[in-house]
Design a protein around this ligand. Structure first.
Ligand code: IDP
Ligand code: MG
Length: 170
């Protein structure tokens, strides 16, 4: 069985509904390992890039606003990388179908998702659907040093004059 990594994002509706603990418990059924996790304030640029394959859909702008948390007044998501045997399929099966009304009622999306009056599927969780998508998404959301394991080849980049925030005192 292939060892894979997959991106999981608990979307703003999942956070607003206090589902984080519940979703993590459901995901633990897979026996996969969490190899990265962080809270992210999603920029419009990141949201548009993440959902680039939906850019011609009539609901694209609404979808971008949804991922940014603008529909829920909760400007954050929990982004994670899970790793292990058949990680992509295992997590997608647990997440359920894209349309929450069609998803198996015992799946995460079937249990907690809904369709908004504007027609966006609020389905609580994002999960990568194949290895190519997982690679694109993990590289979009995470720096190599934020992942506890080497999942893709890296290179050393020497950065000059890069401004970054640091603790004022340590
Ligand atoms: P996935 O999240 O199951 O991989 P995608 O087809 O990649 O599904 O769509 C990305 C997201 O766009 C979905 O999770 C959902 O929030 C939204 N979406 C997809 N299809 C529709 C639709 O037909 N109507 C409304 N929202 C949709
Ligand atoms: Mg998808």
């Amino acid at each position: 069985m292939p060892q894979q990594q997959t991106l999981i994002v608990i979307k703003p509706d999942g956070l607003v509904k206090s589902l984080t603990g519940n979703i993590l418990t459901r995901l633990s059924e897979t026996k996969l390992e969490i190899i990265a996790a962080k809270m992210v304030r999603v920029s419009e640029e990141l949201a548009r890039e993440h959902y680039q394959h939906m850019k011609d859909k009539p609901f694209f702008d609404e979808l971008v606003s949804y991922l940014q948390g603008k529909l829920h007044n909760r400007r954050k998501v929990l982004a994670m990388v899970y790793w292990g045997d058949e990680a992509i399929e295992k997590v997608r099966n647990l997440a359920g179908a894209t349309n929450p009304e069609k998803a198996d009622p015992t799946s995460i999306r079937g249990s907690y998702g809904r369709i908004t009056s504007k027609g966006v599927y609020e389905n609580v969780i994002h999960t990568s659907s194949n290895p190519e998508e997982a690679e694109r998404e993990i590289k979009l959301w995470f720096e190599p040093d934020e992942i506890i394991q080497d999942v893709y080849p890296t290179k050393t980049a020497v950065l000059d004059k890069v401004k970054k925030r640091a603790w004022a005192q340590i």
